[in-house]
Structure formats: structure tokens, C-alpha cells
Design a binder for this molecule. Structure first.
Ligand SMILES: [Zn+2]
Ligand SMILES: [Zn+2]
Length: 255
């Protein structure tokens, strides 16, 4: 199983997950041209895609879903409430209802939808299991619920939001209401909260952790990395650690 974060952050998100020549994309906030450019850069052929999974209706996750779905004739899997909230931003596509708690098999990949806490209609996270590994993607969540924590135990790889440094957010330029929104139970995870999440789900079989959805205003890659590295150094696992970028795809991770 392989995966690659093509983009991560408030200006666009897209994650490629593949096994045995069959791939799915989780979210697409990139234009079709930009997505195509980044896929080509990592030698990932969009012809291998069989579906797009949408976490929630914020533009950085769905801005490019419509053109991608129509251009490559891909079904769009998401919760009915989320699809309704996507409206014209996604437009006319082949919609396949896929709600939290449900499980779906595409080739050798099994995808599970997990309900999460964020200021959207019906936000959900995805866990993808294949023959050789498993990946959980947890971005855009204000709080790590018991359900999310349970769903992310025993995975081979985890993408976790490391959105903001608490001090940078507090001292930063955001207006008060926006600071409140980011900090709220339906906002985004701070470095400290995400570090605690990693402590809770770390285990010997965890081989890769990618830090994602970093705020460009309220965080720095080195702060997120330090917080994650300190948390993971407590063991028992010793996964490779990478900070994803808004502007360039990560390497293609094999798990
Ligand atoms: Zn987002
Ligand atoms: Zn969001």
C-alpha cells in the first residue's frame, strides 16, 4: 500500500492512497491542472483512480472535486448531508452515499468513515486498510473524540492535523472570533492536542506519521515537528516523521 499527500492546508487538500494499481483520493481542493501536475511529479497515474472520498464541504477539501469527478468519470463518496452542503461547488457528479460508520471495499482497499467534530454539516474522517498496511487521515477536527482515538489504534500510518501553535494563535493577527473558532471543539487541533493524540495511538506497528493542515499564519513546521517528535519519542513505536506542505507533494510512502 502507498500514499502521498499532494497538498495539505487551508489552501487545498488531496491525499492519494493506492494498492495493487487501484487508487482513491481523499478530498481534492486543487484545480484539475494543479492536481495533474502534482500527480505527474510523483509518477501517479490518475487512470488508476476509482473514487474520490470527501471529508466535509469546506472549499479547501472540495474545490476541485467536481472537475476531477467529471473529467475522470469518478464516483464521489461522502455523507448525504455533506454532499447536500457541497451544492454547486461540486455540481453534477456521480454521488455515492457513504455515511459515518459505514465500510466499503474497492479492490483490496477497505475504507471506513469515522464521524468527527468540525464546523461542517457532517464531517467524517477516513481509515483505509489494505493487504500490507493501513492509513488513517485525521485533519479538520476540533477535538479527538473517543471514537476517533479508538478508530486510529493499531494503524500502520497516520496523517494528523497539527494546525496551530497555541501561543502563535493567541499572539497572531486573527480576529477574536476566528481565534475562538480555531480553538473550539469544532475547529482545529493545536500542536499540543495533536501530540497527545499521537501519544495515545502510538504502538510498535506504527511506521509513518505525517503532520498536516498546518496553519501558515499560526504555526511553523519546526514547531509541529518538535511537538510530534517529543510525543513519539515516548514510544513504543518509532515511526518516520514528515511535515506535509501546502505547495509540494510529499514523497510516496510505502506502508
Ligand atoms: Zn481544511
Ligand atoms: Zn474544514
Amino acid at each position: 500500500m502507498r500514499f502521498c499527500l499532494l497538498a495539505s492546508g487551508s489552501k487545498g487538500n488531496a491525499i492519494w492512497v493506492e494498492e495493487d494499481g487501484l487508487a482513491v483520493l481523499i478530498d481534492n481542493g486543487l484545480s484539475l491542472a494543479e492536481l495533474t501536475r502534482r500527480l505527474k511529479k510523483r509518477d501517479l497515474d490518475p487512470k488508476r483512480l476509482v473514487g474520490v472520498f470527501v471529508t466535509h464541504e469546506h472549499t479547501d477539501h472540495i474545490g476541485g472535486v467536481g472537475p476531477l469527478s467529471r473529467g475522470h468519470e469518478l464516483p464521489v463518496y461522502t455523507s448525504p448531508l455533506t454532499f447536500h452542503a457541497c451544492g454547486r461547488t461540486v455540481g453534477n457528479v456521480d454521488f455515492c452515499p457513504f455515511a459515518s460508520g459505514e465500510k466499503l471495499k474497492l479492490g483490496s482497499l477497505t475504507i471506513t468513515a469515522v464521524s468527527s467534530s468540525h464546523d461542517a454539516a457532517d464531517p467524517q474522517l477516513y481509515v483505509v486498510r489494505g493487504n500490507t498496511g493501513s492509513l488513517g487521515v485525521a485533519t479538520d477536527l476540533g477535538v479527538v473524540t473517543h471514537l476517533v482515538r479508538q478508530s486510529f489504534l493499531s494503524l500502520t500510518a497516520i496523517v494528523s492535523e497539527f494546525n496551530h501553535d497555541l501561543k502563535m494563535l493567541a499572539d497572531g493577527p486573527y480576529p477574536w472570533f476566528l481565534k475562538q473558532r480555531v480553538r473550539g471543539r469544532k475547529g482545529h487541533l493545536s500542536n499540543d492536542e495533536a501530540a497527545q493524540f499521537l501519544i495515545d495511538v502510538n504502538h510498535e506497528g506504527l511506521s509513518r506519521v505525517v503532520l498536516g493542515h498546518l496553519s501558515e499564519v499560526n504555526n511553523k513546521p519546526e514547531l509541529a515537528f518538535e511537538a510530534a517528535a517529543a510525543a513519539l519519542s515516548r514510544g513504543p513505536g518509532n515511526p518516520g516523521l514528515t511535515v506535509a506542505s501546502q505547495w509540494e507533494p510529499t514523497e510516496v510512502f510505502e506502508i
